[in-house]
Design a protein around this ligand. Structure first.
Ligand code: CMX
Length: 135
């Protein structure tokens, strides 16, 4: 697959409002959008940092992926998202052929309207990995 850049880093937080006091007041960054992704049971906040972004993830359901993550591992880096040039479907096919366990077998819609899919952290050296592309 052809990865062009890190599209964003996902960071699990208990409260976006509390986390923003650090990102905005201490680091001087600016949140430009807050969006709920209902099917993922999260609220997301986006912060631009140069050519990439940070996506803060607040769970809306303790049984959702971020709720479970925080319960088990606490707040912190949740996933890395790579932009792929040759399309998410093609990248997924290639990853599967190379023995990687897929969370999503097909691309789906994520925050900001991107086409996204996740690779399972148990086959990506411990880091939940998202592949994404602008539609
Ligand atoms: N990073 C690294 N490891 C992780 C992880 C993460 N984000 N999430 C779970 N794990 C690990 C757990 O620690 C656990 O490891 P051990 O067995 O060694 O304890 C193992 O994976 C299984 O964890 P689990 O709590 O039983 O969770 P599930 O198997 O139910 O789900 C996963 C794990 C990755 C399939 C699920 O979190 C998922 O589908 N993630 C993709 C979707 C997602 O994260 N959405 C939120 C973001 C949405 C967005 O950005 O728009």
């Amino acid at each position: 697959m052809k990865i062009t850049h890190i599209e964003h880093l996902g960071i699990a937080v208990k409260s976006i409002e509390d986390a923003l006091t650090y990102y905005e007041d201490v680091l001087g960054l600016k949140c430009y959008a807050i969006e709920e992704v209902a099917d993922q049971r999260v609220k997301t906040a986006f912060i631009k940092v140069g050519d990439t972004k940070i996506e803060l993830l607040e769970s809306t359901d303790p049984k959702g992926p971020v709720g479970k993550f925080i319960e088990k591992r606490g707040e912190g880096i949740h996933h890395i998202a790579f932009a792929v040039e040759d399309g998410v479907a093609e990248a997924l096919k290639e990853a599967e052929e190379k023995g990687i366990r897929l969370v999503d077998t097909q691309p789906r819609k994520g925050a900001e309207g991107l086409n996204i899919a996740f690779l399972h952290p148990k086959s990506t050296v411990g880091v939940l990995t998202e592949l994404c592309e602008h539609p």
